[in-house]
Design a protein around this ligand. Structure first.
Ligand code: MG
Length: 269
């Protein structure tokens, strides 16, 4: 394939552009090259506990200047989804203050205490979770059986310095044990994030479509899967989590595999 036709690059971050707090040496030259050619890149993340501003700070520390519009997050994609499919609905939001702010700024009607007139539940990766919130959500999903129930990302766990903590998907399982209901998930591996990104960027670059958009990431079952489900190009880099062995075992196959983004930089030059 001719990589020069790609107009929109959707980058996973950790394992793709950096590892923990170490930026890969090819990341900055690659992002500069994409910009120089008048093309667009976005940073794509499933983490719905942090705000975009938190990520702007993180990238800035690593030496990558970024602004709000350089990101597509599962929180933003969730807000888009709610506004499109459930406009005007009062949602009980189980999530961090950042997550609630993100949804509210997009026009979602956000509630954070139980009341009779709530018509939907939305959940993010809630690092500020309390038992009261679990109680509220269980009550809503039990008493109001058919209300929409949406979760920002399906991840079971989130990595920390010492190992893992439960993420949004694990809390959804707890709620399911109590109520029998499972949410409609939004983040990777679902196609909503890449589709929302394409829709946004196509407004300023009419050449952006499924054939000129590529997702680049280090996890087959999330990054590559969301690209495949969205019908766009996908590139797995082996600089993070997934190995060739994982690719062989996986039902989902990346269209391209490279050692790291240094190879991508060579291809697009
Ligand atoms: Mg990654």
């Amino acid at each position: 394939m001719d990589f020069s036709k790609i107009r929109l690059f959707l980058f996973d971050m950790d394992g793709t552009l950096y590892l923990g707090n170490d930026l890969f040496p090819f990341t900055k030259p690659m992002l500069d090259e994409i910009k120089k050619q008048g093309k667009t890149y976005l940073f794509m993340t499933n983490n719905s506990s942090k705000s975009v501003l938190d990520y702007v700070k993180k990238l800035d520390k690593l030496g990558i200047p970024a602004v709000y519009d350089d990101f597509i997050t599962s929180s933003q994609a969730t807000a888009d989804y709610l506004m499109k499919n459930h406009p005007g609905v009062r949602f009980y939001v189980m999530g961090t203050e950042s997550f609630k702010k993100e949804l509210a700024s997009s026009g979602v009607i956000v509630c954070d205490t139980y009341s009779e007139d709530i018509e939907g539940v939305v959940m993010g990766y809630d690092t500020e979770l309390t038992y009261q919130k679990l109680d509220d959500v269980s009550k809503l999903l039990t008493l109001k059986k058919d209300i929409p129930y949406i979760a920002a990302n399906p991840d079971w766990v989130c990595p920390t310095e010492y190992g893992y903590v439960p993420d949004c998907g694990s809390v959804a399982t707890m709620i399911c044990n109590a109520t029998g209901r499972n949410p409609h998930f939004i983040g990777k591996p679902r196609p909503e994030m890449p589709l929302a990104a394409m829709e946004r960027i196509a407004k300023k670059d009419p050449l952006v479509n499924k054939d000129t958009t590529m997702v680049i990431g280090d996890r087959v079952y999330t990054d590559i899967a969301c690209g495949v489900h969205a019908g766009i190009h996908s590139l797995l880099v082996l600089s993070g989590e997934s190995t060739m062995e994982d690719v062989e075992k996986s039902d989902v196959k990346p269209e391209f595999i490279m050692r790291d983004c240094a190879e991508l930089l060579e291809k697009i030059k």
